[in-house]
Design a protein around this ligand. Structure first.
Ligand code: NAP
Length: 653
């Protein structure tokens, strides 16, 4: 049985009518992303015969950026353009502004075209990510009233960020009662906390949204931080749980009671008061990049100026005319430095290791006019557009960041495609730093592309470094004193303000929460510094505790955070459903299943750029295991999370 209703909080019933003449339509077709356009128009007109095998986007393996038109050759593009133009005229001439959702067979036809594959994994993932009703839909096709009307069942959702919001929305859909707590004063998680200058997405906006909340009118191709926070707040309103979030409330302890199959949660409020409540399940959405890692240096506490971690930035801070130091050259620094440099008296950037960057001229651009027009005028174009970005992310660029054991240039590059990626980026850096061989030399990493998270760049970083008031310090920091920072080469930098863009303690899962399992063992003792969870979701001995973005769940070679989070929620709900239907207390994943999962993940992670020896990055934990990241594409994650194998679980009666 599949879900039967549209699963999209932003579904637009009626598009604006098309009134433009043929010439204007031709101009639109000339600029549009063709596979998206053709699929949207075929769906709008009901003429799915337009989606012929010859017109499928080839989608060859990509090196780095998204493939324009899915890699279609010129001739194929011309054919698709001609077909799309005729369909667009039909939408105009037949005044098509309202379109019913596709039936399951039609959806399958459209998705097979779209993803150039009839493989179940690909169709299934794409169907999950589309709002159309289908047997693969993310929207649960059951409610607690249907499966266990007499069962008293209550869930705790920890955190009101991207993960918690997905959990709350799905729990509302199945009608299960829940409490939702949030440590902060507002919702949005990382997008509420991070208010540093320049904070914005560095992945495409449409790929960074829920399958059940496809907002079409995003102003920017890479959304600003406050735009994402507003989106998340709007979802909480639309879904109807905004007013039940308990803020300034922290989960400090959760203890499982084997006899009742329940969790007793200790909640600690901002005023220090505590309360205990009992739940049947917990969804933990505490975030992965949430605990600031503040680098330690001798003399740090003698410094008399302001010191702040990027995540703790107060937007009221006056930086004009200040001497600023930024430690780090990761994603946060890449946004902070260009935003502050122009008004600063001086700017010194302490770079330990340069990142690889992915050139993206459109990084700060508004949503382009063609896409915005199509979203307004072609029914459900926003959904198809999001699906396209999501699919290209799901396919990823794994082939570019994986070791070819026979490759001649190891360990500088890992494979032919990795070498091509390196060469492309080095070319770009050479243009960017023309005339500054010192900066160019400092900008080229000595490790393979993919070894750390790749950053988006439109040239603003290089511009910032080339300002007369900026210094790039590559000698390691030796110590601080009252006036500033001294590097190992003896240079001193007197500054007023130090910003630590030094990242997060990504492997400290559930830090600050005491979690007592079935046998009385504390979760962190069980993990012993190496957090593990089946698909990042379930942990042996801790039944009905569902981790969202847990160990090895972060999809970094491609993929979509929201997809991972939604799958975690839905997987948890499938286990809850099974418990409700069977009258069981819950399910506990077996140790063997977890061991097999970890081996499956390790086998591939070992071959990936980020696991190569000698590299530091936030993907690895203190043991050197890449415990934070998932090495396969999203289709594999879709497969393993589609239907829980209850043979992997002990049923608790
Ligand atoms: P990060 O990627 O972990 O980078 C930390 C930086 O600080 C690195 O350059 C690191 O150098 C440096 N560093 C750490 N300790 C140091 C020390 N003791 N001395 C000198 N340098 C030191 O942290 P981040 O930039 O905050 O980003 C973390 C993650 O958050 C990103 O990868 C991304 O997933 C997410 N994020 C996303 C966005 C976005 O979407 N726009 C923005 C910001 C962050 P080494 O490389 O040598 O260790």
């Amino acid at each position: 049985m599949g879900a039967t209703t549209i699963d999209d909080l932003y579904w637009v019933e009626e598009s604006e009518p098309i009134t433009e003449d043929d010439e204007a339509l031709r101009a639109i077709v000339a600029k549009a992303e063709l596979p998206v356009l053709l699929t949207a128009l075929a769906a709008a007109t009901g003429d799915l015969s337009a989606l012929t095998p010859e017109r499928r986007p080839p989608l060859p393996p990509r090196i780095r950026a998204m493939l324009l038109h899915g890699g279609m050759a010129e001739e194929q593009q011309a054919d698709v353009r001609a077909a799309a133009f005729e369909l667009l005229r039909r939408v105009r001439d037949e005044h098509i502004t309202r379109v019913a959702p596709l039936g399951e067979d039609e959806l399958r036809t459209a998705l097979a075209y779209f993803g150039n594959s009839d493989a179940e994994e690909r169709i299934g993932l794409l169907a999950h990510e589309s709002a159309h009703p289908s047997s693969y839909a993310g929207r649960p096709d059951w409610t607690i009233d249907q499966v266990a009307p007499d069962r008293d069942y209550k869930v705790l959702v920890v955190g009101a960020g991207v993960s918690g919001i997905a959990a709350a929305h799905r729990l509302r859909q199945v009608g299960i009662d829940f409490d939702m707590i949030e440590l902060g004063e507002d919702l949005g998680g990382t997008w509420w906390k991070n208010k540093y200058p320049g904070v914005r997405l560095d992945t495409p906006t449409f790929g960074y949204s829920y399958s059940f909340a496809v907002r079409g009118d995003w102003p920017h191709q890479f959304a600003a931080g406050h735009e994402i926070q507003a989106y998340l707040a709007d979802i909480a309103e639309r879904s109807g749980f905004a007013d039940r979030i308990e803020y300034r409330t922290r989960l400090t302890r959760a203890a499982h009671d084997e006899a009742t199959g329940t969790w007793t949660a200790t909640l600690t409020r901002g005023d220090g008061s505590t309360e205990q409540r009992v739940y049947h399940a917990i969804f933990s959405g505490t975030g992965q990049l949430d605990l600031p890692r503040i680098a330690e240096f001798p003399g740090q506490h003698e410094f008399t100026g302001l010191q702040v971690h990027s995540q703790e930035w107060d937007p009221a801070t006056d930086t004009a005319g200040k001497r600023i130091a930024v430690i780090g050259s990761g994603a946060s620094a890449y946004q902070i430095v260009p935003s502050l440099v122009d008004d600063a008296a001086s700017m010194v950037v302490f770079q330990r290791t340069p990142p690889w960057i992915s050139p993206a001229p459109e990084y700060h651009a508004e949503t382009d006019a063609t896409t915005a027009w199509l979203i307004r005028k072609v029914p459900h174009y926003a959904q198809w557009w999001r699906l396209w970005v999501t699919m290209q992310g799901a396919i990823g660029r794994f082939g570019s960041v994986k070791v070819d054991p026979g490759w001649r240039n190891l360990p500088l590059t890992l494979s032919e495609r990795n070498q091509i990626m390196r060469d492309e980026i080095v070319d770009y850096l050479e243009q960017t730093y023309a005339g500054r061989p010192d900066l160019l030399q400092a900008a080229i990493p000595s490790y393979p592309p993919g070894g750390k998270r790749m950053l988006r760049d439109n040239g603003v970083w290089a511009r910032a470094l080339q300002q007369p008031q900026t210094t790039l310090a590559t000698s390691p920091i030796d110590h601080f004193d009252a006036a500033g920072i001294v590097t190992q080469d003896g240079t001193r930098y007197d500054v007023d303000l130090v910003i630590y863009a030094t990242g997060f303690r990504a492997s400290d899962y559930l830090s600050g929460i005491e979690v007592i399992g079935r046998t009385g063992q504390e979760l962190h003792d069980y993990w012993d510094g190496d957090a593990k969870a089946w698909a990042g979701i379930t942990v042996p001995g801790y039944p009905s505790l569902f981790l969202l973005m847990g160990p090895n769940a972060n999809h970094v070679g491609g993929g979509n955070t929201h997809f991972t989070v939604e799958r975690g929620v839905e997987y948890g709900l499938k286990l809850i459903r099974a418990a409700l239907e069977r009258g069981a207390k819950g399910f506990d994943v077996k140790q063997q299943a977890l061991d097999d999962f970890v081996e499956f993940v390790e086998e591939e992670n070992r071959l990936m750029a980020w696991a190569q020896p000698g590299l530091t990055n936030w993907y690895k934990n203190a043991n050197g295991r890449a415990s934070q990241v998932w090495p396969y594409d999203d289709f594999v994650y879709w497969r393993i999370t589609e239907t829980p194998d209850l043979g992997d679980y002990e049923q608790l009666d």
